[in-house]
Design a protein around this ligand. Structure first.
Ligand code: NDP
Length: 299
């Protein structure tokens, strides 16, 4: 068997186009332009790339982008004061602080300072609680992207056996909550899980969010299962002929022989994350103005 390759790049482009269309409609009907503020503390090169990309795609979707770049030694109090100002600014509908923050800043305090209604990353404890109790929440972008891909492929996920490998607050836990909300039977595996290959082998849906290159191999996969690979790992240049190739947490070539459908790395889940950030900004704007939720762009 050879799996269907899930084209996350094309799907993300479609999500962005749908967001842009609804942003244009919002402007035309209500004179509202959604705004997203992204705060970067320090000069981490990967974070700089993400922030640039977020700003560019925000503008392309017709939204206002506000970038705040702070020096690496910015005191925590200064960052918290900026978040307060953004919380109070009516032109800003979404506030995101790019993680990780430097060590002298308490990440939990920063996340707690963001107004939950503007928390487009979905990391505020209020949104975590709302999601866990099946209420309307802001949902973390990467798991939301995975859910959109799964719903597009399968329609109704109800009754499917899902195994999520990884229990981080950013990916694994919210992914499990979303699958549970869509009535899957969910198992969350982690570094202490015994007989992981056996656990994974019973899944109709496997979501790998581990951070270990090519750990999940084809012999772990039930024939016909859907495999969503969240992992982004850069192999050492020496292992890949000098280029430092990107791979996922799934061994793609062996898994693709067995799976029914699989996301590639790159070009699978990755592009969905920023697309869902734009979708969340639109959702936050609609909610703040008492308007209808954007169609097909929420959990
Ligand atoms: P974390 O390091 O926060 O979590 C990794 C999880 O994997 C932990 O729960 C850990 O278990 C578990 N784990 C580690 N080793 C094993 C093992 N041998 N067997 C089973 N479970 C294991 O990572 P994130 O959730 O933040 O990210 C996971 C991956 O997804 C990374 O490659 C990251 O780069 C990528 N990512 C991609 C995004 C995208 O946009 N596509 C966005 C976010 C992340 P334990 O809790 O027991 O330690």
């Amino acid at each position: 068997m050879s799996a269907k390759i899930i084209d996350g790049k094309a799907f993300a482009a479609d999500v962005r186009a749908r967001v842009a269309k609804q942003v244009a409609a919002l402007k035309a009907a209500h004179g509202i332009t959604p705004g997203l503020a992204v705060v970067l503390v320090g000069e981490d090169p990967a974070s700089q790339v993400y922030v640039r990309s977020k700003g560019k795609q925000t503008v392309e979707a017709g939204m206002a982008s506000f970038e705040h770049k702070l020096a690496a030694d910015t005191p925590e109090a200064e960052l918290l004061a900026l978040i307060d100002r953004l919380n109070a600014d009516p032109a800003v509908n979404g506030v995101l602080v790019q993680l990780p923050v430097p060590d002298h800043i308490d990440e939990a305090k920063v996340l707690a300072a963001i107004d939950p209604a503007k928390d487009v990353d979905g990391f505020h404890i209020s949104n975590v609680g709302l999601l866990a109790t099946g209420q309307k929440a802001m949902v973390p972008c990467t798991p939301l992207g995975c859910l959109m891909l799964l719903r597009d492929l399968h329609g109704d996920l109800s009754g499917m056996e899902a195994v999520v490998i990884g229990r981080s607050n950013i990916v694994g836990k919210p992914m499990a909550q979303l699958l549970l909300r869509d009535s899957c039977t969910v198992t969350v595996a982690h570094s202490r899980t015994r007989t992981l290959p056996e656990v994974v082998r019973r899944a109709d849906i496997v979501v790998a969010a581990v951070g270990r290159p090519e750990m999940v191999t084809g012999d772990w996969i039930k024939p016909g299962a859907t495999v969503i690979d969240v992992g982004i790992n850069r192999l050492a240049p020496a292992e890949t002929g000098g280029k430092g190739r990107l791979v996922g947490d799934v061994h793609f070539s062996s898994a693709a022989q067995v799976a029914g459908a699989i996301t590639p790395v790159p070009g699978g889940v990755g592009p969905m994350t920023i697309a869902c950030l734009l979708a969340n900004t639109l959702t936050a704007t609609a909610r703040a103005n008492g308007l209808l939720e954007p169609e097909g762009l929420t959990a």
